[in-house]
Design a protein around this ligand. Structure first.
Ligand SMILES: [Fe+2]
Length: 388
């Protein structure tokens, strides 16, 4: 007997996480519990300036734990930065990693961890389940409400020589503990709030329509859509409002649990390819592509997109099929525009002659596998052209 689609075999992986105001101050206690003798703190300059790294290192000091801080991490973390971090980690004799920041320091910390135990170049782990040995204990403290790198089985690393963004997917990349403290998002500037929030929205949408979704990931994905629709613009307008900030952090957590287990789709595959070439912020790349990918996918899983529209507050009963489709696509486009992401890929430096190369990379990305409608190379090229 063929099982109902909703009950196909699915696993669900999540790190232990502590959600709530003040959770970052538990970093020292968790590092001690992992048996740390010296902690390698991975962060970036913006997070140091905002004061969050200091709060984390203070909590390590309270536990009498020595540490060193590595902050040479680009907005799209690079393979050479990972390898440089590994060298420092080894020289300093560290045995636990604490990552403080957005997706970039966290992904870099994941790379440092697995390279330190596997003794191979980080780019050799590209793809699904390519990491034989787990890294040292990893504690993550996210400071944006969007990437969910602190929960996910993903790490995205840019290979500088080939200008390629590689997706690494493995259970070995799930952190051991995530301390999710909404207070850390209070210092995010408006633009970062917008693009990280839209990244979380894209995670929720792509995980929900993914052909690897499950009833469990669906719950998280749809609730994330609800939370983001009703809190993102408010968090941008009133950055000091803790309710909006906390709701966005919760949305990011839920979207992260969904996509880490259901994976993503063509928007992320195409955004990864774009990010490797133009260094456009990841959330912005997604936002410029999402509506075109949704338009392409819609007829493959219309009930799923209708549920997303309803989670966004639309009353789809008053429309016929085509009207409903239009309303859902419009609602997503409006949300993105209201967040201040406008314009085209060309305005970000993408040229028409780049499209064949971008498309060849995107079609090979692991996120393409779970897109609900199969895409040919020509389909990918057409979508890039529409977004140009
Ligand atoms: Fe993303």
């Amino acid at each position: 007997m063929t099982p109902h689609k909703s009950y196909e075999l699915r696993k669900f992986v999540s790190p232990e996480f502590v959600f709530g105001s003040g959770s970052l101050r538990l970093a020292g206690r968790y590092a001690t519990n992992f048996g740390a003798s010296k902690v390698f703190v991975v962060t970036d300059k913006g997070v140091i300036e905002a004061g969050w790294t200091r709060q984390v290192t203070d909590s390590l000091e309270e536990e009498d734990l020595p540490f060193i801080v590595f902050s040479n991490v680009s907005p799209n973390p690079r393979s050479d930065e990972v390898m440089q971090g590994v060298k420092l980690y080894r020289e300093a004799g560290c045995d636990v990693i604490v990552a403080v920041g957005g997706g970039s320091p966290i992904d870099c910390a994941k790379g440092i961890g697995i390279v330190s135990t596997n003794n191979r170049d980080v780019m050799e782990f590209e793809g699904v389940d390519q990491i034989p040995i787990p890294g040292p204990p990893l504690i993550c403290i996210p400071t944006t409400a969007g990437s969910s790198a602190d929960l996910s089985q993903f790490a995205i690393i840019t290979d500088l020589p080939s200008h390629r963004k590689a997706a690494l997917v493995s259970k070995m990349l799930v952190p051991d503990t995530s301390l999710i403290d909404p207070d850390t998002t209070l210092t995010m500037p408006k633009e970062l709030t917008a693009i990280t929030g839209l990244d979380a929205f894209t995670h929720a949408v792509e995980a929900y329509v993914s052909n690897a979704s499950s009833p469990i990931t669906d719950l998280f994905a749809l609730n994330a859509v609800r939370l983001i629709t009703s809190n993102l613009l408010k968090a941008i307008d009133e950055p000091d409002n803790m309710d909006y900030r906390s709701n966005m952090m919760l949305a990011s957590l839920e979207a992260g649990l969904a996509f880490s287990n259901a994976s993503l789709g063509a928007t992320h595959a195409m955004a990864h390819s774009l990010g490797g070439v133009e260094d456009t912020p990841h959330g912005e790349s997604n936002s410029l592509l999402l509506k075109y990918v949704m338009e392409f996918n819609y007829d493959a899983v219309p009930q799923k997109y209708e549920a997303i529209g309803e989670a966004m507050g639309l009353d789809l009963k008053k429309y016929d099929y085509a009207g409903g489709k239009n309303a859902v696509l419009e609602a997503v486009a409006k949300l993105i525009e209201a967040c201040g992401v406008r314009g085209t890929l060309a305005q970000r430096g993408v040229r028409r002659e780049d499209i064949p190369r971008l498309s060849r990379q995107a079609i090979k990305d692991v996120c393409m596998v779970t897109n609900p409608r199969p895409m040919s190379l020509e389909d990918v090229e057409r979508i890039y052209e529409r977004a140009l």
